[in-house]
Write a new protein. Structure first.
Length: 272
């Protein structure tokens, strides 16, 4: 039996074509309308070079991120929000001072348990920031009971979406997006997410057939005394300094943070 993967509240939009699959290919609602088609075309053409880089980076972090979302009973396809947010770049930094693959601002990051100080910024830790993003998205879904509104709230802030629902008396994201209250960036966020999921699940179909996929982000963790030089760690596990820096993008300095005796540094697999 064919099943729609769109939730009932999105089905009300008569201008949208709903994507059907013989098997459940997606675990978030997939609605293909004019805005989604626009971004599919955009990613295939004028933004193809950037999107190809995003696909390449995705394979480095997707296995870890999907596992975290599974453990938190979240749809795995939501991990592609990190593609829209940062292109899966741990060191991404925005004009709004958002940082990391999930682009947390400082206050929200700290609210969800991320340490941010002069020594480290855990918003840039792919694992810790994904755990924080999962917690945040669970809370947003509890508020809105709709993944489109939850994604929009992740972008604009939950208060903005609450006020939009009250102002227009609807919980239909597509209906809210017709009005001027929410910013263009937020209106485009959901269709960009849908377009990204559709392409990433079948890149060859959309012309992405020569991607240089990165190896998965794998490591062991080991507890290290505070204020330990990363060059010492690199020598101890017979690797180079750049590898240790790459595995630990949250570290701002060349050593583990002081006054953090239980800090765990990431080292290459088998070097613990």
């Amino acid at each position: 039996n064919k099943r729609s993967v769109a939730e009932s509240d999105e089905l009300r939009n008569k201008n949208s074509d709903v994507l059907f699959e013989k098997e459940r290919k997606y675990d978030i609602p997939i609605v293909v309308n004019e805005r989604v088609e626009h971004f599919i075309h955009y990613f295939q053409t004028s933004n193809k070079k950037v999107f190809s880089r995003w696909l390449s980076m995705a394979q480095r972090y997707l296995p870890m991120m999907k596992e975290i979302f599974r453990k938190n009973s979240l749809p795995e396809d939501l991990v592609y929000m990190a593609m829209i947010e940062s292109g899966f770049n741990p060191k991404a930094y925005s004009h709004a001072h958002a940082s990391g693959p999930w682009q947390f601002i400082k206050g929200t990051g700290q609210r969800y348990g991320l340490k941010i100080n002069r020594w480290l910024d855990e918003r840039r830790d792919p694992e810790k920031s994904t755990i924080a993003a999962a917690r945040y998205l669970k809370n947003l879904y509890e508020m809105f009971d709709c993944w489109y509104l939850s994604a929009a709230a992740y972008n604009a802030g939950e208060n903005k979406i609450v006020k939009a629902i009250e102002r227009y008396n609807t919980k239909d994201f597509w209906e809210i997006a017709k009005h001027p209250y929410i910013a263009r960036e937020t209106k485009d966020y959901v269709p960009q997410l849908i377009a990204s999921v559709i392409i990433a699940k079948n890149p060859e179909k959309y012309g992405f057939d020569d991607i240089d996929y990165k190896l998965p982000f794998t490591y062991n963790k080991v507890q290290i005394p505070d204020s330990t030089n990363l060059k010492v760690i690199a020598r101890a596990c017979k690797t180079d300094y750049d590898t240790i820096k790459m595995l630990n993008p949250e570290l701002k300095k060349g050593y583990t943070p002081p006054n953090y005796p239980d800090y765990q540094v990431k080292v290459p697999i088998g070097r613990k």
